[in-house]
Design a protein around this ligand. Structure first.
Ligand code: NMN
Length: 327
């Protein structure tokens, strides 16, 4: 293929993926499946590696999410909310652990956790009181969804101690709530939601929090921004100690020591995933120790101390093009 052909394709992919990101993040109406999006994204990553001078700041590889032009008030994140680099097979996981250990010069503990298929949220407490919740948005600026997140029962509104802390995690709709919601909608002659992620995103970005309150959303928290007054120094600490603060975490995390143990966790969870009462789309692997995380740093859009393994597309995947969308 000629260089011009490659560059034309590169520009075409930037435009196409930006359109898909807008449909997915802002409109809550994706027109392609995640696997289709991920395959095009990887094609772009490879073209940009060959032609680094053609990388534009508008490229989806250079930015998080989509622009936030919705009716919601904007919130500036004090610490950016990043994306995660993706992996698709055992070799990608091995490359990740090799890079980490080469960069740090020693072995490390990793924490494996389920990648919940919902939408990221940041929740801020001041003096122990729930004060603000925001979507990830562009990673720098999110949407203010304080009133909507307040309707989720598992989100504490008052902590036992007067702490200043921001917690982050994933809002999702359990499969049972999703089935009930769609049954009610069909009964009422309304079009069903396509999947729990889409239903959760549509429900949390309602201008009327009373609608959100009826949607039975839930949350799993997996990170935080806090000071030395909170004795959490690693991802493993965080998962063990968050429940003491009434922050809900997913209990199925495990500490692993190498890529074989990580792959074993991935294989076990791939088998169990359909028995869970919420949807997951992969496994997140993080270097556990916060000092090691800091030493590794970040790329323009993702931490270098974490990777998201994405499950392969399933044969029975719904054809997204046939679904009528609504929020
Ligand atoms: O939002 P982040 O953390 O960057 O995650 C990206 C993932 O979100 C992608 O790997 C993809 O699976 C999904 N996504 C899907 C679409 C779509 O149109 N189906 C668009 C953008 C992102």
């Amino acid at each position: 293929m000629s260089e011009q052909h490659d560059l034309d394709r590169l520009n075409e992919l930037v435009a196409l993926l930006n359109q898909y990101a807008h449909e997915y993040y802002t409109l809550d109406q994706p027109s392609v499946t995640d696997s289709e999006y991920d395959a095009l994204y990887q094609e772009l990553v490879h073209l940009e590696a060959t032609y680094p001078e053609a990388i534009s700041p508008e490229s989806p590889t250079q930015r998080v999410g989509d622009t936030t032009d919705s009716a919601f008030e904007k919130v500036t994140h004090t610490t950016p909310m990043l994306s995660l680099s993706n992996g698709f097979n055992k070799e990608d996981i091995e490359r990740f652990t090799q890079n980490v250990e080469k960069e740090l010069g020693h072995d490390v503990d990793y924490v494996c956790e389920l990648k919940i298929d919902g939408l990221s949220v940041s929740i801020t407490y001041e003096d122990g009181k729930y004060v603000r919740a925001a979507t990830r948005g562009t990673g720098e600026i999110g949407e203010n969804i304080t009133k909507n997140v307040k309707t989720i029962d598992s989100v504490p509104k008052q902590l036992d101690e007067p702490l200043d802390i921001e917690v982050r995690g994933e809002i999702f709709m359990p499969k049972a709530s999703f089935a009930r919601l769609n049954a009610v909608r069909e009964e009422a002659g309304q079009p069903p939601f396509a999947n729990p992620r889409n239903a959760a995103a549509g429900s949390i970005r309602q201008l009327n929090p009373k609608v959100t309150a009826q949607r039975q959303l839930d949350v799993f928290l997996y990170s935080g921004v806090f000071g030395d007054d909170i004795p959490i120094h690693s991802q493993a600490d965080l998962f063990r100690k968050f429940p003491e603060y009434h922050f809900k975490v997913n209990p199925l995390f495990e500490v692993c020591h190498n890529s074989d143990e990580i792959w074993n966790y991935i294989e076990r969870m791939s088998e169990q995933r359909h028995d869970l009462d919420y949807e997951i789309d992969g496994i997140v692997i993080k270097v556990s120790d916060f000092t090691n995380q800091q030493a590794l740093g970040r790329t323009v859009k993702a931490p270098k101390w974490a990777i998201a393994y994405k499950f392969p597309a399933e044969e029975v995947e719904t054809t997204i093009h046939d679904i009528e969308w609504t929020v």
